[in-house]
Write a protein that binds this ligand. Structure first.
Ligand code: FES
Ligand code: FES
Length: 166
């Protein structure tokens, strides 16, 4: 068995993780090793979506193919050669867009702003996961130059449960 480190892209850099951590989850790595606590643990069994992150990899045509996944049931070695995006990246993207347009550095990504404008967060525990599902939806349709239907947005959010609203 190879002892080469697990390598993947995270927050602007290639990071390495111990290959011995074969059953370490992406969620545990994020919260305990990378100290990125934006991603939450709810059920820890793949049901609630609080831990939603986005994993990207190059497709056959060289384009970035992305998928929203539950970090609590995704083992770290499966990220090898891929890219990991979390709610911290969404905040950074919002801030980047803000500086590019000479507004405030605290500007939110459109998906985060929509959550604020529509009072979409109560206790906030599920919110990072919902933001990641919405961000993934937004970026996919933006890249394709199309807009999702209400049903397509609902489908993208179908893995996210909110305990405040039931
Ligand atoms: Fe991962 Fe609930 S904490 S799906
Ligand atoms: Fe509280 Fe969703 S806002 S769990």
């Amino acid at each position: 068995m190879s002892s080469r480190p697990i390598r993947f892209f995270h927050r602007g850099a290639i990071v390495e993780a111990d290959p011995a951590a074969a059953t370490r989850t992406v969620l545990d790595w994020l919260r305990e090793d990378a100290l990125c606590s934006g991603t939450k643990e709810g059920c820890a069994e793949g049901d609630c979506g609080a831990c939603t992150v986005v994993v990207g990899e190059l497709g056959p045509d060289g384009s970035l193919q992305t998928k929203a996944v539950n970090a609590c049931i995704r083992f770290l070695p499966t990220l090898d050669g891929k890219a990991l995006f979390t709610v911290e990246d969404v905040a950074a993207a919002g801030a980047g867009a803000a500086s590019a347009h000479s507004t405030t550095a605290e500007a939110l990504h459109p998906t985060q702003q929509a959550m604020v404008d529509c009072h979409g967060s109560q206790c906030g525990f599920c919110t990072p996961g919902i933001v990641m599902s919405l961000w993934h939806c937004y970026e996919r349709y933006q890249a394709a130059g199309t807009r999702p239907s209400r049903q397509q947005i609902a489908d993208d959010l179908s893995g996210n449960l909110c305990r405040c609203t039931g």
